[in-house]
Design a protein around this ligand. Structure first.
Ligand SMILES: [Zn+2]
Length: 477
């Protein structure tokens, strides 16, 4: 790799140079959604920043394989294994089965995930697909003396570890210990306050919909075990980067490390990447507050989901970001101006490779420097101001958009097409576009009579169409 790639590694609490285990290759794991409800725009911010991380690594020349789980069982209302199962709560709320809830919210999640320009992980695995793997890992942990059965459940014994709070400084460790002592709902089966559940049985639920037979009785897996197993199933005994939101650090990621490393007997993951919260003006965005914002809702309100991505890219992933519609509106203005400037660039001409390489270097420096997306966008604006030809600028925008994923050239093209016909009635435009599509379908089916008839029909309405190398163009005559 020509460049040094750095980002903040939560495990060492500092910005570090990234060095994968295997030269040029990155294995990455992402905690996926618990599909009991919609993902809010704060959840989606986390996935946008992970997408930027992956694409930045790819831009720097790495080959990335990424795995994500879908939590469709085992995640209780509190991350510390207390309260009701979230999936069950979702099913009750909507009078549906747990599997119906899982299907509906998995689809809704990926709708929003895709809309903001994210590339889907290479492997996506629902937890309910991996029950035998969970049982195997729990069994090994018991045999190795890291887990015990109590009250019918299986618990991980955190006292067996030298350092359970791997992510925390000494001060934070003290605070966490106090926090754990204050836990209101005490599970008397636990030997230590920090122990967590690997396998639940009937003592933890009354009417759990999904349950499986196991050596410890009919039950279901704990939430944390999912990520360890699914990661190992697809990426092996080592991973380079594990991603999540800052609220996953404790207890979820702490527990993932505890069980994975006890199971494997060696270090599991070297780099931990966490992005910060999105807050609204009343505080942290949360599903428990009732009404919360989703990407689909932004779309319904007329916002382009990619403008939300642009909004996220302007701030650093490690800082909390405050969302307001006023702030989003100002980003809409900036985005439209940017697209307008790009639409004014003229196609054709020869790319100046030296200038292209220079700006690509600056862009790579920005994203390789703890994912400085705001600086990367500044480089984009610098390109537009630069003393070079339009062909070079267009080539650079295309290059940067591999990471930014704002679909800038397509937006610019759509804008110039619109500007070519400023006074066209939208109803007529919709009719013409539909006719062009019908004609293309007819031509594809070699039904040239229909294709010609559509052309004649358009002519009658005063619209002339031309087949060009960039597709079908039309104008009023
Ligand atoms: Zn996880």
């Amino acid at each position: 790799m020509a460049n040094t790639f750095t980002f903040y590694n939560t495990l060492d609490r500092k910005v570090e140079e990234f060095k994968p285990r295997e030269e040029g290759k990155v294995s990455m794991y992402t905690c996926g959604p618990t599909v009991y409800h919609y993902a809010h725009i704060g959840n989606i911010r986390t996935y946008i920043m992970q997408d930027v991380l992956i694409k930045s690594l790819q831009y720097a020349g790495y080959d990335v394989k990424r795995v994500m789980n879908i939590t469709d069982v085992g995640h209780l209302a509190s991350d510390a294994d207390t309260g009701e199962d979230k999936m069950l709560a979702g099913a009750k709320r909507e009078h549906k089965t747990v599997m119906e809830i899982a299907k509906f919210y998995t689809d809704a999640f990926f709708n929003d995930f895709d809309a903001v320009g994210n590339k889907r992980p290479d492997v996506i695995e629902p937890a309910t697909n991996c029950i035998p793997e969970f049982i195997h890992m729990v069994d090994v942990l018991i045999k190795k003396g890291f887990a015990y059965v109590a009250g019918g459940n299986v618990y991980f014994d955190t006292s067996k570890l030298k350092d359970y709070y791997v992510f925390s400084s000494d001060v934070e460790k003290e605070q966490l210990q106090v926090g754990v002592r204050d836990d209101v709902e005490e599970d008397t089966n636990k030997k230590n306050k920090t122990d967590f559940v690997l396998w639940f049985t009937k003592s933890k639920f009354e009417d759990q919909a999904l349950k499986w037979d196991s050596p410890w009785g009919v039950g279901y897996p704990g939430w944390h075990i999912e990520c360890s197993c699914i990661s190992m199933k697809h990426l092996g005994e080592y991973i380079d980067i594990h991603c999540g939101g800052v609220d996953n650090i404790f207890p979820h990621h702490t527990n993932e490390i505890a069980q994975s490393e006890s199971y494997l007997g060696h270090e599991w993951c070297r780099y931990w990447f966490h992005s910060n919260h999105l807050n609204d003006q009343s505080g942290k965005m949360s599903k428990s507050k009732g009404a919360f914002l989703t990407v689909s809702l932004l779309k319904e309100k007329g916002y382009d989901p990619l403008v939300y991505r642009f909004f996220c890219l302007q701030s650093h992933y490690r800082k909390p970001l405050v969302f307001s519609f006023e702030a989003l509106d100002s980003v809409v203005g900036a985005f439209n101006k940017l697209v307008k400037r790009i639409s004014e660039l003229k196609e054709g001409g020869v790319v100046d490779e030296a200038v292209k390489a220079e700006f690509e270097g600056k862009f790579r420096d920005a994203i390789s420097n703890d994912l400085n997306t705001a600086m990367a966008i500044t480089v984009l604006y610098d390109v537009l101001k630069a003393d070079t030809n339009d062909a070079t600028k267009i080539a650079l925008i295309e290059s940067f958009d591999k990471v930014l994923s704002l679909d800038l050239l397509a937006h610019a093209k759509a804008l110039s097409n619109k500007e070519d016909k400023p006074d066209v009635d939208p109803e007529l435009e919709a009719y013409v576009l539909d006719a062009i599509e019908r004609r293309a379908t007819a031509k594809k089916a070699k039904d040239f009579a229909t294709a010609d008839a559509i052309r004649a029909e358009l002519l009658e309405k005063g619209v002339e169409i031309k087949d060009t190398r960039e597709g079908v163009k039309w104008q009023l005559i």
